[in-house]
Design a protein around this ligand. Structure first.
Ligand code: NDP
Ligand code: MG
Length: 381
């Protein structure tokens, strides 16, 4: 039977690759969305003929509505629009590829409507992991990872609950553009330096998160929630070639790895076709050609983000969301040239110091806490 999905963030790096996978695998796209890139949205509307298109920014929604009034696609707006396209009766699954905490509310709405979640938007799990996982469990909804490391672990586990035999998960990390650098060498790096990722082409926010290694910290938190493990059972290993996407180690010493060429289309496709596998045109792995794979311990002293995230998930409650909110604002301040690279982490540390963790009980509470942290960071700069 043909699958029907909605794509949140269809104009982004993951979103556009998702549309390519859907085209190749004959998955019907019922709805797409973006913040304000209405030129690309219009092209996507004309090509994929979705029932709905959600635009977050109201003014851009108005323009798009005028521009596509010769089509049958309905324009919906803002958070309400994102939630509407996440709960459509015709869809089986929602692929969430927006960037940032904006993905949390529509994800919760989709869970409530019993839609399978294909999750790329890791900030949703960092900020609202406890709430999302408990609601998903209650509704019997599956959260299928799109993030390549978590897809790798999910594939290694092969649907089995082997938790009593698991020793640890090993998340691989490319190390980003600043691998091997010292703190003093990072003092004056530019936005352009930080955006120059060695192995992945991604949206700006996650590329900066990869340069600070906050991305790997977030992935530790994401793994804790997805696989129900404490942070000390999750190791990080630098692997420059991005061929092994992650590994699991059993108590008897056996290690399983998932490998493949570094393309996000593989984990996107697996999340959309799970539990089946369909053949794809993606470049296949040729280990004889690659010859060598290299591995290094992460440098937690220079890249403090991983320990900051470990600490936050250990504290629990609102601590991870404080890290997420502070980081979102700090990254955008760095991208607009208002702060230096190393200040990103300093701002996150200030936020953690300033906000005492509280138990998480509702979306409202999360969004209010998120807002306070954002205001706090802006007041510091
Ligand atoms: P991009 O910046 O390339 O794309 C983000 C998408 O979200 C765009 O479609 C953007 O619209 C949309 N968007 C942003 N803000 C809003 C908003 N307020 N309301 C509605 N839509 C919004 O990001 P990526 O594709 O790189 O990443 C998306 C998510 O996937 C992130 O959470 C990232 O951490 C995760 N991820 C990404 C990977 C990658 O390889 N790129 C790998 C693993 C995880 P517009 O175009 O209008 O700005
Ligand atoms: Mg990843």
């Amino acid at each position: 039977m043909q699958k029907n999905i909605s794509v949140l963030g269809s104009t982004g790096s993951i979103g556009t690759q998702t549309l390519e996978v859907c085209e190749e695998q004959n998955i019907k796209i019922r709805a797409i969305s973006a913040n304000k890139n209405i030129d690309l949205l219009e092209k996507q509307v004309r090509k994929f003929k979705p029932d709905f298109v959600a635009v977050f920014e109201e003014n851009f929604a108005k323009i798009l509505k005028r521009n596509i009034n010769d089509t049958y696609t309905k324009v919906v707006v803002g958070m309400e629009g994102l939630c509407e396209i996440s709960t459509l009766p015709k869809i089986d699954a929602v692929l969430t590829a927006v960037s940032g905490i904006v993905g949390l509310e529509p994800t919760l709405a989709a869970i409530e409507a019993k839609k399978t979640i294909a999750l790329a938007n890791k900030e949703t799990l960092v900020a609202g992991g406890e709430l999302v996982m408990s609601r998903a469990l209650k509704s019997g909804v599956q959260i299928l990872p799109v993030d390549s490391e978590h897809s790798a672990i999910f594939q290694c586990l092969a649907g089995k609950d082997n938790s009593q035999f698991l020793k640890k998960l090993i998340l691989t990390a490319s190390g980003g553009p600043f691998f091997g650098k010292t703190k003093s060498e990072l003092k004056n790096v530019t936005v352009q330096n930080a955006l120059n990722h060695p192995s992945w082409s991604m949206g700006a926010k996650i590329t900066i998160d990869s340069a600070t290694m906050m991305n790997k910290g977030f992935e530790i938190i994401e793994a804790c929630h997805l696989f129900g493990l404490p942070e000390y059972k999750i190791d990080v290993l630098i692997h420059r070639e991005s061929i092994i996407h992650s590994m699991i180690e059993y108590i008897d010493g056996s290690v399983m790895a998932q490998m493949g060429t570094p393309t996000m289309k593989t984990p996107i496709q697996y999340a959309l076709t799970y539990p089946e596998r369909l053949s794809s045109e993606n470049e296949k792995l040729n280990l004889a050609k690659i010859k060598n794979l290299s591995f290094f311990e992460p440098d937690n002293k220079t890249f403090e983000a991983m320990d900051i995230c470990r600490n936050a998930i250990k504290i629990g409650g609102t601590a991870p969301l404080v890290v997420n909110a502070a980081n979102e604002v700090a990254v955008s301040l760095f991208l607009s040239g208002k702060i230096k690279f190393l200040e990103i982490i300093e701002l996150v540390k200030s936020a953690l110091k300033n906000f005492k963790s509280q138990k998480v009980s509702s979306l409202n509470q999360i969004m209010n806490a998120d807002k306070s942290v954002r205001e706090f960071i802006k007041s510091l700069v």
